[in-house]
Ligand binder design. Structure first.
Ligand SMILES: [Fe+2]
Length: 439
């Protein structure tokens, strides 16, 4: 009996030692839940811009923040809670966050957000994050108190990794020395290349260094050795998502990166940052790269992406709009705004997001006040559909509106160019795409 006990203790000790050696090695990956040949599902959440409730008092300074943006920050925590309910029901294998995790990079916001992510992990879902331009060394990391902005602590790169260690960095099989990028074996068949595309604050733009590009190619070699594919995830756009807005949104050296991705057999890139729901593709010499930009969770229509992978078939992406009314009812929340969320959030978006366009339209001398209101009405409707991922024929019905005819009749102005570009885009519905497996 005594010999058996010693044998069990020694065996357990050896298993423990073996595991310690295994995970301390950079070449061996931790166990994955999804085996080769299995289907899997995951969520893609972009730009949640989380703000912790204990960092503001709903006072004047916080209301100013809401007034001059399109983000519904007062509910950023509730949106994450609503996603948690969806995770309980749908059990995605993992969730990726494409950056701009917080509104202003304040340490308290990161810490509270990471606590929310721990709740997902407790449900059995892996979480993988990368930073966005709002998250690191942000000099606008403040608390909002009465009418004041009180400076707080931001987080640097090391602190970011420390706070989010359990959400990707702990599972990385390789890390880039030049950025916070890392590689994870999320499933045996498909690995995630989590790319930190941020430039140093206050630059909102992004880029990848030549050393990071070399690292990506080395990751591709690792994946090829195991017959695995890689999906890339990064904050900035790889391909222009708008003919009008691309500066600081599309990554600076995208031509070089496209070449690197083609060489590395990367076909899908999941991005955020631009807050538009939009899918663009780059096609060269039989290689296609899809850049799927998921719209910001904190901005109308408050949706996230889901991806289903089937071996031998491919990927099916579609968006899911949060049902905040149902969430409020299920959780007994006595909040009038949430109970009528669809109409309230639509109005909030039209009021806030269209304010710069409203200013521009108000300056058109060819129109009288009533006509200006008609144009504003049609442009805010187009803008709403554009952000939600709809273009071309989905907006065709608006051509019969008086405001649209007036817009067509005026001499060239930025709002006219913006609105007409929405009617002439690559893809009509950017909320859904099927991508077959390539050889
Ligand atoms: Fe961003």
């Amino acid at each position: 009996m005594k010999r058996l006990t010693i044998f069990i203790i020694v065996t357990l000790g050896m298993i423990l030692l073996f595991n310690m050696i295994l995970y301390s090695s950079n070449n061996v990956s931790p166990p994955v839940n999804v085996k080769s040949g299995d289907d899997f599902n995951f969520y893609i959440i972009s730009d949640p811009h989380y703000i912790a409730e204990n960092t503001h008092d709903n006072g004047e300074a916080f209301n100013n923040l809401l007034e001059f943006g399109d983000k519904m920050l007062q509910y950023s925590n509730v949106f994450i809670d609503a996603i948690k309910e969806s995770v309980i029901v749908n059990k995605p294998d993992f969730i990726v966050f494409t950056g701009d995790l917080t509104i202003n990079g304040l340490k308290e916001n990161h810490i509270e957000f990471s606590k929310k992510l721990s709740e997902f992990v407790k449900l059995g879902t892996c979480v993988y994050v990368i930073p966005g331009n709002h998250d690191i060394s942000n000099e606008e990391a403040v608390f909002y108190y009465e009418d004041k902005l009180l400076k707080g602590n931001n987080v640097d790169k090391n602190k970011f990794v420390e706070i989010y260690y359990d959400f990707g960095y702990n599972q990385s099989i390789s890390r880039d020395e030049d950025s916070l990028s890392y590689l994870v074996m999320a499933t045996e068949d498909v690995w995630l290349l989590m790319i930190d595309s941020t430039n140093d604050y206050p630059d909102h733009g992004g880029s990848l260094s030549s050393s990071t590009l070399q690292w990506i190619e080395s990751c591709s070699e690792l994946a090829k050795e195991k017959n695995s594919k890689m999906i890339a995830v990064m904050h900035h756009s790889l391909i222009d998502h708008s003919k009008i807005i691309s500066d600081n949104y599309t990554i600076e050296n995208n031509e070089e990166i496209l070449k690197c991705f083609i060489k590395s057999d990367i076909e899908i890139v999941l991005t955020g940052h631009i807050h538009l729901q939009d899918i663009k593709e780059y096609n060269i010499d039989d290689h296609i790269i899809y850049d799927i930009a998921t719209s910001s969770l904190s901005v109308y229509p408050h949706q996230f992406g889901t991806m289903h992978y089937s071996p031998y078939k491919g990927y099916n992406y579609h968006t899911v709009k949060l049902d905040m009314t149902q969430y409020a009812i299920d959780n007994g929340l006595n909040d009038e705004f949430l109970i009528e969320f669809d109409s309230n959030s639509e109005q909030f978006f039209k009021d806030k997001c269209c304010s710069s366009q409203r200013n521009c339209i108000n300056n058109i001398e060819e129109l009288n006040e009533r006509e200006k209101e008609e144009v504003i009405k049609v442009v805010s409707e187009m803008n709403k559909l554009f952000f939600a991922g709809y273009r071309n024929e989905y907006l065709e019905y608006l051509k019969d509106f008086e405001g649209f005819k007036l817009l067509e009749s005026i001499s060239t102005c930025p709002v006219k160019n913006y609105a007409l570009a929405i009617l002439n885009d690559e893809r009509a519905n950017n909320n859904i795409i099927s991508i077959p497996i390539s050889d």
